[in-house]
Write a protein that binds this ligand. Structure first.
Ligand SMILES: Cc1ncc(COP(=O)(O)O)c(C=O)c1O
Length: 414
């Protein structure tokens, strides 16, 4: 805290506008987040400006949310156009943006149907309910167990928290939902040991995001799909962080070409507008009949109009090629720092979802130093620095970020 004060307070007596807002927030906001010392005022592309006017290159992108960066004209135009028409209608009314958004999600994937919600956790809740209802109706009422993975993160609502291993450190929310087992990520034997006639679904992230950017292994994924086919288990991908172009493919599953039955989406789906979705193959999605699930805001016209504009842009010719190229350029730049210095231990990830570990400093400890040097990033897992810039990031942006990372690492070990 002392270090942060030194970094962000110009003068010992006088609070900066950011410090002042942080102090005010402490009186009125529940203390669930320790607020970052950078208080953003506005953004443009890959940059954020704080309320003092300082510029930061943004390699957090709202934790893999701002797929098109800040203030992108296609999002602004779509929002303005829809604001002038209608913002909200009940979930059981149709709108052109809702149907169009579902068409974009399904015609460009192995999925047939979509259900819209408002966040990642809600998409996971929907996936839990859909996979359990599918199993109930196709395999029987006893078949309701779910296998999830150690180190995974699926959200904070009760269902999502129940399949998130962190629950063991949050006993105060118990009882969690029944019938959940945790296997070891990338270890098929540990999954096989937990599978039984009662297993309805397996929930997995194609890259563990909050767990420290751990990519799934191709062989494991193949074995997992085969196991699900053999035992008639729903394979559910949590693509909330890794989906919608982040890995250089529209859906993360498309990298390995192994199809899940159901997927949960959010984050990049709205490019910053809060929206989530559940997508499924017909054989699964058809088990959600009228009244089985829903949401007041499902497919809200404003949200789906913005989301359709984001998806159209992500799916435009060459866009995903650029994501893959930029991801490789970032990875190579980090590998060069690793080769030139002894400051980087490990680099992992896919596309523009990259995790970096350091031998002598934790990712979380680098965040305020990076901020001081004009860069935003996030930490994940126990010690990883997570780099998830907007998907529109250029080589110039990446060069700027790499320079800041190099300087910051040298300062951190001094
Ligand atoms: C993989 C994954 N699943 C689920 C969630 C929960 O999403 P939300 O915070 O929108 O509820 C997150 C959020 O970080 C996530 O990364």
């Amino acid at each position: 805290m002392k270090l942060l004060k030194r970094l962000f307070c110009n003068n010992k007596e006088e609070l900066s506008p950011s410090q002042e807002l942080i102090a005010r927030s402490k009186n009125v906001l529940m203390p669930l987040f320790e607020p970052q010392q950078v208080v953003p005022s506005h953004g443009e592309g890959c940059y954020i400006y704080d309320i003092q006017g300082k510029r930061y290159i943004d390699f957090a992108a709202g934790i893999a949310v701002n797929a098109l960066g800040h203030n992108h004209p296609v999002m602004r135009d779509a929002a303005r156009e829809q604001l002038d028409k209608i913002i909200h209608i009940p979930g059981n009314y149709l709108s052109e943006p809702k149907v169009r958004c579902a068409e974009l999600l399904t015609t460009n994937s192995c999925f047939d149907q979509a259900f819209f919600c408002n966040s990642g956790a809600e998409a996971i809740e929907g996936a839990i309910k859909l996979s359990r209802k599918w199993a109930y109706e196709t395999k029987g009422p006893e078949c309701n167990e779910i296998i999830a993975f150690e180190n995974a993160f699926h959200g904070r609502t009760m269902g999502a928290a129940s399949i998130t291993n962190k629950r063991s450190s949050q006993p105060f929310y118990a009882p969690y939902i029944d019938g959940i087992h945790f296997a070891v990520y990338n270890d098929i034997q540990s999954v096989e040991e937990l599978v039984s006639d009662k297993t309805a679904a397996i929930f997995i992230e194609p890259i563990q995001g909050e767990g420290g950017i751990i990519p799934i292994e191709a062989t494991f994924l193949k074995q997992l799909r085969a196991l699900c086919d053999k035992k008639k288990i729903a394979l559910v991908f949590d693509e909330i962080q890794a989906g919608m172009g982040r890995t250089g493919h529209f859906y993360a599953y498309q990298h390995h070409g192994i199809e899940p039955d159901i997927a949960a989406l959010a984050k990049g789906l709205g490019g910053g507008f809060p929206i989530g979705a559940l997508v499924a193959k017909k054989a699964f999605g058809n088990h959600f009949d009228a009244g089985a699930h829903g949401s007041t805001y499902s497919g809200n016209p404003l949200g789906t109009a913005i989301s359709s504009a984001v998806l159209d842009h992500i799916l435009s010719p060459g866009f995903l090629d650029n994501v893959r190229e930029a991801g490789q350029y970032l990875y190579d730049g980090l590998a060069q720092i690793q080769a030139d210095t002894d400051l980087i231990e490990d680099i992992r990830g896919l596309g523009l979802m990259i995790g970096v570990d350091f031998p002598s400093v934790k990712g979380a400890d680098l965040i305020p130093l990076l901020q001081k040097n004009g860069m935003l990033a996030t930490a994940s897992g126990k010690r990883t620095l997570r780099l998830t810039p907007a998907l529109i990031v250029t080589k110039d942006h990446i060069d700027e970020a790499l320079e800041i990372i190099k300087t910051t690492l040298k300062e951190a070990v001094e």
